[in-house]
Write a protein that binds this ligand. Structure first.
Ligand SMILES: Cc1ncc(COP(=O)(O)O)c(C=O)c1O
Length: 380
């Protein structure tokens, strides 16, 4: 038996998502920009229905939605698009503020902007990975253009205090971007009500296809396009819209919304079973907050003390698909675990378990048996 427990790297497409996409790959081939014939108009209508569904899932309206190729592109568009727009605007604000524990798809564009004249402040996080809003309050002043804080961390599942962050941003006149790649479809996120100005999401983290995502932008937020061409997506992102993929994204978010509360409860119970079993093995530490409201229900991240990380993962991969850090930055030690104070060796001997809709108690038992066997073998 083999268990796939790496759903924070990527989720399978639900059969309903595959079914929704199917005609748009084959029998319905038209370009959604081809408004001169019926198939083109039908494709455009399918895109607009997907836009409605994405907006509804995030507590926004359809005009906020810009379809992209994924969360990486959405983050780049948000951060670079806003910075470029600021250069031609009247506001003197230039400083960018974010967290040391953000995904590289946020950190790298921010560092790029820093090299191009936008001062960058990266806030540290507390021992459990959460931002202390008081630290953000201290960093905010009249020079801050944008604050970027992820909704939930991809490695340690910590949910950030977005309400407090949004309140502070509003008070200080800074715009707020949220990378919600790991949160959309998994926890409630009402963008408008919360006061979020820009939000990035990814299809393949919530039961949708790979290669699609969206940036949601509050109307009136200045954003310079980063892809130029045919003027699609209201001139905000040129290129033919990937009709099957956006249809799949809309379907996935609708499905995720429908079973969100039930799924979170079920996966939290499985995750707690896993954590309870691991604690009984001894010498295992939790990374991130304890199971509860500040942690994604489907995430567990642990460090196994006293074993070599590479050997541990070599042993585990016979039976399990898990992650030793972020799947998006293979090879380099996890900057998120480093931010929590873990050493290089401890980070290497860490395991991220990402549960998904189809995860079962039998898979949790398999994971426990695999970790237990690896620890016995490696500790001699
Ligand atoms: C928090 C976060 N942001 C962004 C991304 C990048 O998403 P995509 O694969 O859609 O580009 C990931 C992927 O792991 C992620 O976890």
């Amino acid at each position: 038996m083999f268990a796939y427990l790496d759903h924070q790297a990527s989720t399978p497409c639900d059969p309903a998502v595959l079914a929704a996409m199917a005609p748009w790959w084959s029998t319905h081939p038209a370009n959604a920009s081809s408004r001169g014939h019926r198939p083109g108009l039908e494709a455009a209508a399918a895109v607009e229905r997907a836009r409605d569904r994405v907006a509804a899932a995030l507590g926004a309206t359809p005009d906020w939605v810009v379809f992209t190729s994924g969360a990486t592109e959405a983050n780049n568009l948000a951060l670079k698009g806003l910075a470029e727009a600021a250069l031609s605007g009247s506001s003197p604000r230039r400083r960018l503020v974010s967290l040391v524990s953000e995904h590289r798809a946020v950190l790298d564009p921010l560092r790029y902007l820093e090299r191009h004249g936008f001062p960058l402040t990266l806030l540290t996080v507390q021992g459990d990975g959460r931002l202390d809003p008081a630290d953000l309050a201290r960093a905010l002043n009249d020079d801050v253009l944008l604050v970027s804080v992820m909704a939930a961390n991809n490695e340690i599942g910590v949910v950030q205090p977005l309400e407090a962050v949004a309140d502070l941003c509003r008070t200080h006149g800074a715009l707020l971007h949220v990378d919600a790649a790991q949160a959309a479809g998994h926890i409630p996120l009402a963008m408008d009500a919360l006061g979020i100005d820009l939000l990035s999401l990814s299809g393949h983290k919530c039961g949708g296809p790979k290669g699609v995502g969206a940036l949601l932008v509050r109307p009136g937020v200045p954003l310079a396009a980063q892809l130029h061409g045919g003027g699609q997506e209201g001139g905000r992102r040129a290129g033919s819209v990937a009709v099957p993929l956006v249809v799949g994204l809309g379907e996935a978010l609708a499905l995720a919304g429908a079973d969100q509360a039930e799924r979170a409860q079920r996966l939290a119970a499985l995750r707690d079973q896993l954590w309870g079993g691991l604690q009984a093995l001894g010498n295992i530490a939790l990374n991130g907050p304890p199971p509860g409201p500040t942690r994604l229900a489907h995430n567990l991240n642990i460090t196994v003390h006293g074993v070599d990380g590479a050997a541990l993962h070599r042993r585990l991969r016979r039976q399990l698909a898990v992650s030793s850090g972020s799947a998006c930055s293979e090879g380099s030690p996890s900057h998120v675990l480093a931010a929590l104070g873990r050493s290089r060796a401890e980070a290497a001997a860490s395991i991220r378990f990402g549960l998904g809709r189809a995860s079962t108690a039998a898979e949790i038992e398999l994971a426990l048996a695999a970790v237990s066997a690896a620890m016995r073998e490696l500790r001699g």
